[in-house]
Design a protein around this ligand. Structure first.
Ligand SMILES: NC(=O)c1ccc[n+]([C@@H]2O[C@H](COP(=O)([O-])OP(=O)(O)OC[C@H]3O[C@@H](n4cnc5c(N)ncnc54)[C@H](O)[C@@H]3O)[C@@H](O)[C@H]2O)c1
Ligand SMILES: [Zn+2]
Ligand SMILES: [Zn+2]
Length: 387
């Protein structure tokens, strides 16, 4: 079959790979109908999240069940499903405590309570390196889905692929960021990063009763997109002092909630890069530092952007002094997906308005390039296998 294959940093291309087959009686094989490129994939492309062997990319995908393992009860051939990105067994301690991204079984080779940098990780993710389980991803014609009775959700025929594709990852991810802050209504929510995850967090903030939603991004075309689809207030850190601007809007206090939807590879200056090299750090925590400054005392910071390194001079003093609540991690998609499908079905939330590029899977290298380098006003790329 054909798939998007990571070979080495900077080299993800359309390639021929062996067809997946049923390995466990609880697997299904899915014929992928739509798949998307995620900001998390860019950390693999850059080499910041390392992968030693060629690997099929992709953790945002949906498709039609092609083949069913003997023990699968909830799915049959022909069912159309979306697949949450964490691979979860459904019955371990964490899976039964609402924490499927910490599943103890799906990534047994590298599972560890410490969550160490290189050799101990939590659950497995589709197409997300050997450390996260070494599973082939869904930017492919076919994909093996383990524990098929647990995560995949059947989608009604009258909903299009594009309407529901982002239920695999970015909408539940944006939703987690806001749910973790437990809005009561009327809060001021500042969302750093207006890429796909930031845009979804903006939608979730409105849906949870925010009073004002502020989008922050150095790229004006992404801020324009945010204004167009989510009617948010925008700030460009190249044009204004973001922390000052947020304080000015909040009687000097700061936002009730700040969301980091950027992660450890933000736009960086030469100085940022030198500092990281000297400190043996990967990337930078500059966006987090902005969140800690921009949030009010006793506010909440939700970190959805990925971090993959320890950092010197972490501003713990500011967190302590301000009494900030911090929550972060891979999104527990399973906790939210059924509710979120309902929101989409009843058109209370629209997800597909962020798509800017629809490409055949054969053009995947181009898709990665424009998404990574922010060319052609790219915000979100959807790939179609078999085209
Ligand atoms: N926690 C999870 O479960 C989860 C799920 C999906 C994605 N992610 C992570 O979320 C992050 C965002 O993903 P995405 O798909 O939106 O990626 P993206 O790269 O398209 O978006 C990042 C955005 O941040 C902006 N940015 C860069 N520097 C900035 C700064 N200093 N201040 C404000 N904005 C800045 C960029 O211009 C870009 O628009 C990534 O780190 C990704 O790995 C996490
Ligand atoms: Zn993703
Ligand atoms: Zn489990």
């Amino acid at each position: 079959m054909k798939a998007a294959v990571f070979h080495k940093p900077g080299d993800i291309r359309y390639d021929t790979m062996p067809d997946p087959r049923i390995e466990q009686a609880t697997d299904v094989i899915l014929k992928v109908t739509s798949t998307a490129i995620c900001g998390s994939d860019l950390h693999i492309l850059s080499g910041a999240v390392p992968q030693p062997e060629p690997m099929i990319m992709g953790h945002e995908f949906m498709g039609i069940v092609e083949e069913v393992g003997k023990e699968v009860k909830n799915l049959k051939k022909g069912d159309r499903v979306v697949v949450p990105f964490p691979i979860a067994c459904g019955h371990c301690f964490f899976c039964t405590h609402g924490a499927s991204p910490a599943c103890e079984n799906s990534n047994y080779k590298h599972y560890g309570p410490d969550g160490d940098l290189m050799d101990q990780k939590g659950a497995a993710l589709f197409g997300y390196t050997d450390l996260y389980g070494g599973y082939a991803g869904g930017q492919a014609e076919y994909v093996r889905v383990p524990y098929a009775d647990i995560s995949p959700r059947i989608i009604p025929e009258n909903m299009s692929d594009e309407q529901v594709l982002f239920l695999t990852d970015i909408f539940p991810t944006g939703w987690s960021a806001i749910d973790w802050a437990q809005l009561k209504g009327g809060e001021i929510v500042a969302i750093f990063g207006s890429g796909p995850v930031g845009l979804m967090a903006q939608k979730a903030a409105w849906a949870n009763g925010a009073g004002r939603v502020i989008a922050i991004d150095p790229l004006n075309y992404r801020l324009e997109k945010a204004k167009a689809v989510n009617k948010v207030y925008t700030l460009n850190p190249h044009e204004v002092d973001v922390v000052e601007a947020i304080r000015a809007m909040t009687n000097g206090r700061g936002a009730d909630v700040c969301v980091d939807a950027v992660g450890f590879e933000p736009e960086r200056s030469f100085f940022d890069k030198v500092k990281a090299t000297v400190n043996f750090e990967k990337g930078s925590i500059k966006v987090l530092e902005m969140c800690f400054k921009a949030v009010r005392r006793n506010g909440t910071v939700s970190i959805m952007g990925v971090y993959g390194s320890p950092y010197d001079n972490f501003p713990l003093h500011r967190l302590f002094d301000k009494g900030i609540t911090l929550k972060m991690g891979q999104a527990p998609v399973l906790n939210y997906i059924d509710h979120l499908i309902e929101l989409v079905k009843t058109e209370q939330v629209i997800l597909d308005d962020i798509i800017t590029h629809r490409l055949p899977l054969s053009q995947v290298s181009h898709g990665y390039k424009i998404f990574d380098e922010k060319e052609e006003d790219c915000v979100k790329v959807v790939l179609k296998p078999g085209e």
